[in-house]
Design a binder for this molecule. Structure first.
Ligand code: HEM
Length: 397
């Protein structure tokens, strides 16, 4: 109910920043800050099995995916993600996404107005589907984009959004289970694609993944790539609110574009926290954390921590030009080492997509008609209410 402020509100009432509270009736210890992040990601302190609530599995994440694994099983499955989300694959997807952006912009110029959030979700779906190994003719872009967005949009909601998310996941898992079965039998996946890697992956004892779990993992690539539309929409919000940054972002300066992307990921609310269970009786800063209890790392709180980010509620991309960030500081996609822990394996790709797309957004010539661009911190995940409506779009020369 309190949304992104839930843990920060409680932390302000503590003397040492450690929040002891309850989540869905269960006792919780919530931590924040780089040292806490190091503790949270240290091997052997916490595990993920049993930490993800059912409603989040049935909407956002699915069941049996990498997020719920620990130890050797996790390392092996994670290596599969790391190999497909690094190297040449990132550059290729970046190119497909910029081509899809150019094609979309040409069509926006023929319409009075567009909702940026919806448009970017679609163009990313158009790019990532074939990149991941789906046949272009089997990707029904608009409804597929809507389903991928729903899975993210409904995970923390009650009522309609939750049910839409459940239906979207059920529908897409069923379809992609068939795609996996076909990739293993009659319709081999393109070599080097995510579909091929997942269909062929074997676990610690040499068994292939159950086809439904493989579909969950394929969705673990497709869904969050499309969710980058949240950050692109937030970037449009930032350019609207702080137009003084637009000129510099227009320039062909990848370093600044990356800094702008980092500030968008730090400043705007997306993933609120990550959760795990204590693997044994732990102690953090003189607080006892009983084995099996929930431990949360407050992502939103840490990304706005005044000791870590001076003037945390100011939008200042330059802060990322002045300093290098350590692996436990900027944590919108988790902290630590993605190869060994649960940090997002798609962060390099997210950063690359933002570095490429945000200057293209800044170069676009458009007007902002009257609309409600407010962002409620009670809605998880947050987004500008209007989705950022752009009008009279003209293609850049
Ligand atoms: C994990 C955020 C993009 C794939 C995570 C985690 C967060 C996160 C908070 C959990 C970290 C933890 O549990 O410690 C985001 C955000 C994104 C994004 C905000 C921007 C839209 C991506 C992309 C991909 C991806 C583009 C893949 C193409 C994954 C996977 C995991 C993960 C597979 C599970 C890793 C594991 O459990 O070891 N992400 N992510 N994410 N992300 Fe992302």
């Amino acid at each position: 109910m309190e949304g992104y402020g839930w843990l920060s509100n409680r932390r302000r009432r503590t003397t040492d920043g450690v929040v002891k509270t309850r989540l869905l009736g269960q006792p919780v210890t919530a931590l924040c800050g780089p040292d806490a992040a190091r503790f949270f990601y240290a091997e052997g302190n916490v595990h993920r099995h049993g930490a993800i609530p059912g409603p989040v599995q049935d909407t956002l994440l699915g069941r049996g995916g990498v997020q719920s694994l620990d130890g050797v099983d996790h390392r092996l499955r994670k290596a599969m993600f790391m190999s497909m989300l690094s190297g040449d694959g990132v550059g290729l997807l970046e190119r497909l996404a910029t081509e899809a952006w150019d094609a979309a912009v040409a069509s926006w110029a023929t319409r009075d107005r567009v909702v940026l959030f919806d448009e970017v979700a679609r163009l990313l779906t158009r790019a990532v589907g074939p990149w991941a190994g789906l046949r272009p003719e089997e990707v029904d872009v608009d409804p597929f984009a809507a389903d991928l967005v729903s899975m993210v949009d409904g995970f923390a909601a009650a009522g309609r959004r939750q049910w839409q998310a459940r239906r979207a996941r059920a529908r897409r898992e069923a379809w992609l289970t068939d795609v996996i079965v076909r990739a293993r039998t009659t319709a081999p996946a393109p070599a080097g694609s995510a579909l091929a890697a997942i269909a062929e992956h074997t676990d610690a004892v040499g068994d292939p993944l159950d086809a439904r779990v493989a579909a969950v993992e394929l969705l673990n690539v497709l869904r969050p790539t499309v969710a980058v539309c949240w950050f692109v929409t937030f970037a449009a919000h930032a350019l609207h609110r702080w137009p003084e940054h637009r000129d510099r972002l227009r320039d062909d300066d990848p370093e600044y574009a990356e800094a702008f992307g980092h500030e968008v990921r730090r400043f705007y609310p997306f993933a609120p926290f990550v959760a795990a269970r204590a693997s044994r009786d732990l102690e953090w800063d003189k607080h006892r954390i009983p084995a099996g209890s929930l431990v949360l790392l407050d992502i939103y709180g840490q990304n706005h921590h005044p000791r870590l980010w001076p003037d945390p509620y100011g939008f200042a991309p330059g802060r990322f030009l002045e300093r290098r960030v350590g692996p436990y500081e900027l944590i919108p996609q988790g902290g630590g080492d993605p190869r060994t822990g649960h940090r997002c394996p798609g962060e390099t790709l997210t950063v690359a997509l933002l570095r490429a797309l945000l200057p293209m957004l800044a170069r676009l010539d458009y007007e902002m008609p009257d609309q409600d661009v407010s962002i409620s911190l009670r809605r998880v995940p947050a987004r500008p209410r209007s989705g950022m409506v752009l009008a009279n779009i003209r293609t850049p020369p």
